[in-house]
Ligand binder design. Structure first.
Ligand code: ADE
Ligand code: ZN
Length: 341
């Protein structure tokens, strides 16, 4: 019996939905707390990990924003990003497009420069030392007013040479994409491509708003599209990439069990689906753990996992040369695997 999970793990892939703050493992959280003389509200690593028991998106976000308090200097942001890149390399990721939430840090008095210097510096090191290409996406917090997103964009203006796009994340209920029409129009006028979280907990109409009002090029999550035939047809026709995060959806109770996840149906409907880890330190695993769990729970086939890997490259913002090179690497890996199986 061919081991589809082993193939999925070995395939070269891109990750397109990853919050760098969500890669803060409890061990690093305690190390950074020690670095800054901060006392965390948990006695040890085990107690913190045991607190990762969420009832919904908000219950996770409360802990996630509290955890980010140990991130204070450019060295902290560098160390966080570097730790992620080492895990990305182990999972055969060849390209990453990662989010950061500047408002989580500037609201605590951490200067934007510390955040961007630390993250971007590590990404450049990862490109040079690990051959992982990257894009960096500034994400606005949707539970805050649009005026604060506009302020954040103004603060980010001196750093736009290092920012490749903008996104929208945080609490979805009651915060539709339409709330951020102006700031996204301004971003597009600056030449920044747009993505947005939509249809994670929010209704299919939020996915439509993200496409029609924000002009999002990809939808982050988008799983609730499964509730609308009309939207499914549109997403398939327009081949809108969806950055799906299966373990996240289970951990945040969007689905009670991975076996109930619509990923396979979405693939069967011809949607451009990718598999991503979202906040892997909190949700039980990085990209290969997500692939492995989906192979086991959903019975993904060889064709499914190859399509998912190819989609991750095709839905990225890579230039044509590297895109073609990575797609050729996927073909080589599949040929080698077929020869051995
Ligand atoms: N911020 C970090 N992870 C998120 C998620 N899954 N949904 C919305 N905002 C987030
Ligand atoms: Zn996310």
């Amino acid at each position: 019996m061919p081991d589809i999970a082993a193939l999925a793990c070995a395939l070269p892939k891109a990750e397109l939905h990853l919050h760098i703050e969500g890669t803060l493992e409890p061990e690093l959280a305690f190390e950074l707390a020690g670095r800054h003389g901060v006392t965390l509200p948990w006695p040890d690593v085990q107690a913190l990990r045991a607190a990762y028991d969420f009832s919904d998106l908000q219950s996770f976000l409360d802990l996630y924003y509290a955890g980010a308090d140990v991130l204070r200097t450019r060295q902290d942001f560098h160390d966080l990003t570097w730790a992620y890149l080492l895990r990305a390399r182990a999972d055969h990721l060849r390209h990453v497009e990662i989010f950061f939430d500047p408002q989580t840090h500037t609201a605590r008095g951490v200067p934007m420069a510390e955040v961007i210097d630390g993250i971007h510096g590590a990404l450049v090191r990862g490109r040079d030392e690990l051959d992982i290409s990257f894009r960096l996406i500034l994400s606005f917090l949707r539970h805050l007013p649009e005026s604060e997103a506009l302020d954040t964009l103004a603060q980010a203006r001196p750093f736009l040479d290092r920012i490749d796009g903008v996104g929208l994340d945080s609490s979805e209920h009651g915060h539709p994409p339409s709330k951020f029409r102006q700031v996204f129009a301004r971003c597009r006028a600056l030449g920044l491509p747009v993505v947005a979280h939509a249809g994670e907990e929010g209704p299919p109409a939020y996915i439509e708003e993200a496409l029609d009002l924000l002009h999002a090029q990809r939808i982050d999550h988008g799983v609730r599209a499964i509730e609308s035939e009309e939207l499914l047809d549109r997403l398939a026709r327009q081949q809108v990439p969806l950055t799906v995060c299966p373990l996240s959806n289970v951990k945040l109770k969007v689905y009670p069990d991975l076996r109930k996840h619509p990923l396979r149906d979405m693939l069967a409907r011809g949607l451009k689906v990718t598999i991503n880890s979202d906040d892997p330190a909190y949700f039980g695993g990085y990209v290969n753990a997500n692939f492995t769990a989906c192979v086991q729970a959903l019975g993904l086939t060889q064709d499914d996992v190859v399509a998912l890997a190819r989609n991750s490259i095709e839905a990225s913002w890579l230039d044509t040369v590297r895109r073609e090179a990575l797609l050729a690497e996927i073909d080589d890996t599949v040929r080698g695997w077929r020869g051995a199986n």
